[in-house]
Design a binder for this molecule. Structure first.
Ligand SMILES: [Zn+2]
Length: 271
């Protein structure tokens, strides 16, 4: 695209209470920063509604993922609600299921319920042949066991199985997940001063497995820490990955946008 850096933010959450004018301003800042595509990710009924709303407002720029994250595990919501929500939107607007996953760091006491909810997502994901967006923290063994059986029964394109978002685990675990076919996505955490071990994980990820995300509104990268995150901050994450891997920002942008297009079934542009 003639020197213009085009980036894909593969993971941003929106607040359904945000006025349309604020959403428009945020998307304009993203565009000016070179972020040409955003995956709006759900995780509870409010965030799912917000993701679908923003995807409907910006059909060329934004596509949605809907899911029920681990904090919904004990609240009685079920994946049937997701299938119903999907039936109401235009085909192609929802490109993934999630986020969902396991977290023993924040809620170890609900791990059995979290596992049941994650399994229901994996089943839905398989039946729709849509990739799954996974959160995992302090739950490597349980996460791997569930994803291994998911991967074994995956009926779709092997390149479109899913992504481990906001990866903060160790290198060998990333290797095992990539062995199942997953992409590994890095957030602004890679820019944090104390994230040297995560930066060494970044170095070891093959280019064709790499994605980037902001995880808006959380985890604003350096030098924006303390502020609400937004897709317009993605270039500093791309720049960090470029520096760590010893390649140009353009190369990281192209690579991660092509990978995102493959995973989410978005048409490939000429990057
Ligand atoms: Zn998230």
């Amino acid at each position: 695209m003639c020197g213009t850096v085009m980036l894909t933010d593969t993971h941003a959450h929106f607040d359904n209470a945000m006025p349309a004018s604020d959403v428009a301003a945020l998307m304009e800042r993203a565009g000016k920063a070179g972020v040409s595509r955003v995956v709006a990710v759900g995780g509870d009924p409010g965030m799912n509604a917000a993701a679908l709303r923003v995807a409907a407002m910006y059909p060329g720029l934004v596509r949605a993922a809907i899911g029920l994250d681990r904090h919904c595990a004990t609240k009685g919501a079920g994946v049937d609600d997701l299938a119903r929500a999907m039936a109401t939107v235009p085909a192609g607007q929802v490109v993934a299921i999630g986020e969902t996953g396991l977290d023993r760091h924040h809620a170890p006491e609900t791990i059995a319920e979290q596992k049941r909810l994650m399994e229901a997502h994996l089943e839905l994901s398989r039946s729709l042949r849509l990739p799954v967006v996974i959160h995992t923290r302090d739950a490597d063994t349980d996460t791997f066991d569930l994803l291994e059986s998911y991967a074994r029964q995956w009926p779709g394109d092997p390149a479109r199985i899913g992504v481990i978002h906001c990866y903060t685990g160790e290198g060998p675990f990333a290797e095992r997940l990539m062995g199942l076919g997953f992409f590994i996505s890095f957030s602004g955490i890679v820019t944090f001063r104390n994230a040297e071990s995560l930066r060494s994980v970044v170095r070891g990820i093959p280019g064709d497995r790499l994605l980037i995300e902001t995880d808006t509104p959380y985890l604003a990268p350096v030098p924006y820490r303390g502020r609400p995150n937004e897709p317009a901050f993605l270039p500093v994450i791309a720049a960090c990955l470029a520096a760590v891997r010893g390649v140009s920002v353009e190369e990281i942008s192209r690579l991660t946008s092509v990978n995102a297009a493959r995973l989410f079934g978005w048409e490939l542009k000429s990057y």
